[in-house]
Design a protein around this ligand. Structure first.
Ligand code: NAD
Length: 332
C-alpha cells in the first residue's frame, strides 16, 4: 500500500507537469498560431498524459488538455456560439491501433459497419451558415463551443459559395487550408520583408483566417474542403458519402479521394495509396480519417466530451526519419 501511495504521488506530479507543458504548447499553437514544437512531440507527450490519466482517473482535472477542444477564442474577434459543438478527433498511429479501434466499435454494433475514408486535411476547422441559400456566417472552432466570427474573411475565399443554387437553411463544416504553393510564396515574401515566417501551412492558414482586416485574408489564397452537413436528415442524407456528394452538388469544394470501405484491407490499401501520393498533392495532409458511414449509427455512437466515437484519425508517422539519418551520418 505504501508503494502505491508513492506511485500515486509520482503520477500526480507527472500529470501536473504534463498538463502545464501541453497547455503552454496549446496556447502557442491555437491562440498565437506559432508552435514551438513539432506535432509529433505534442502527440507523444499527450499520449503520456492520456496513459497516466487512464491508470489514475482521479488525477483528471478540468484543466487537462484531454478534456478540452482547441484554444481560447480571440478577444479581438466577435464570438459565435456552436450549439452543436465542433469537436476534436481521437487518433491512432498504427494499423494495429486502427484495427483495435474498429473492433471495439463493431463489438457494440449488430450489423456490419461500413466506413467513409477521407484525407485528413492539414488546416483548421471552419463552419459556414447559410440562410435562404445565402452565406450569413463563417466561424472557427475556437474552444469547440464558442468560435470566432470570421464571416468577412471567409467571403474572400474563392471556393466558398456566397449563394447556393437552392434557398437552403444549412450549416456545413470542413477545413480551411493554405495550398503548399501559397504557403511557400507567403513565407518567401515574409522572409524578404524581414517578417516572421509561419511554421507550417496549418498555422499560416489559421493566422490568415483569424485576421482583423479581411484584405489580408484575401491576399493569402486560402482554400477549403467541406466534409460535414449539420442536421443531414433534413436534406434526406443518410450516409457521410452522400453528404459529400450533396455538398459538391451545392457548389462546395469537397475532397475527391473519399471512398467507402467495408473492411480493414480496403482502408490499408487507401492508406498505402494516399501515402504514396502525398507529396504530389497541392495541399498538406497529416493522416486519413475513418468515419462510420451510416449517419444514424454515428448519432447512436455519439461523442465523448472531446471527440466523436464514430471517427478516428490515422496519423502519418512523423517525418523525422530523414533528419535522424542525416544526423547520424554527420556524427560518423
Ligand atoms: P486534430 O487536428 O488532430 O483532428 C481534428 C481536426 O481534424 C478537426 O477539427 C478538423 O478540423 C480536422 N480535419 C481535417 N480533415 C478532416 C476530415 N476529412 N474530416 C474531419 N475532420 C477533419 O485535432 P485538434 O484537436 O484540432 O488538434 C490536435 C492536434 O494538433 C494534435 O494532434 C497536434 O498534432 C496538433 N497540435 C500541435 C501543437 C504543437 O505545439 N505543435 C499544439 C497543439 C496541437
Amino acid at each position: 500500500a505504501e508503494q502505491s501511495i508513492n506511485d500515486h504521488e509520482v503520477a500526480a506530479a507527472k500529470v501536473r507537469d504534463l498538463v502545464t507543458q501541453l497547455n503552454g504548447w496549446r496556447t502557442q499553437y491555437y491562440d498565437q498560431d506559432a508552435p514551438t514544437v513539432e506535432d509529433h512531440v505534442y502527440d507523444e507527450t499527450y499520449r503520456q498524459l492520456q496513459d497516466l490519466e487512464a491508470a489514475y482517473p482521479d488525477l483528471i482535472t478540468p484543466e487537462s488538455p484531454t478534456q478540452a477542444v482547441g484554444g481560447t477564442p480571440s478577444g479581438d474577434l466577435p464570438k459565435v456560439p456552436h450549439p452543436i459543438p465542433m469537436l476534436s478527433m481521437g487518433d491512432v498511429f498504427s494499423l494495429a491501433e486502427l484495427k483495435d479501434w474498429a473492433q471495439r466499435l463493431e463489438a457494440g454494433v449488430d450489423d456490419p459497419v461500413a466506413y467513409n475514408v477521407e484525407l485528413k486535411i492539414d488546416g483548421l476547422s471552419l463552419s459556414l451558415v447559410y440562410e435562404q441559400g445565402r452565406l450569413v456566417q463563417g466561424s472557427t472552432r475556437g474552444n469547440g463551443r464558442i468560435g470566432e466570427d470570421v464571416t468577412a474573411n471567409v467571403r474572400t475565399i474563392a471556393s466558398v459559395p456566397q449563394t447556393l443554387p437552392e434557398p437552403l437553411d444549412i450549416e456545413v463544416r470542413g477545413e480551411c487550408y493554405m495550398p503548399k504553393a501559397a504557403f511557400a510564396a507567403l513565407n518567401a515574401q515574409r522572409e524578404a520583408d524581414g517578417a516572421p515566417t509561419f511554421a507550417n501551412p496549418r498555422n499560416a492558414a489559421a493566422g490568415s483566417l483569424r485576421q482583423l482586416d479581411s484584405k489580408v485574408t484575401a491576399s493569402r489564397q486560402l482554400d477549403t474542403f467541406m466534409y460535414t452537413v449539420i442536421d443531414p436528415a433534413t436534406y434526406g442524407i443518410t450516409t457521410q458519402h452522400e453528404a459529400l456528394a450533396f455538398m459538391a452538388k451545392l457548389g462546395f469544394a469537397t475532397n475527391p479521394t473519399a471512398i467507402v470501405a467495408e473492411d480493414l484491407t480496403t482502408i490499408d490499401d487507401y492508406i498505402t495509396a494516399q501515402t504514396a501520393d502525398r507529396d504530389s498533392l497541392a495541399y498538406g495532409i497529416d493522416g486519413i480519417v475513418v468515419k462510420v458511414n451510416d449517419l444514424a449509427l454515428q448519432e447512436e455512437l455519439g461523442n465523448t466530451v472531446k471527440v466523436p466515437r464514430w471517427e478516428i484519425a490515422y496519423k502519418f508517422p512523423a517525418e523525422i526519419a530523414k533528419t535522424v539519418v542525416r544526423d547520424i551520418e554527420w556524427t560518423i
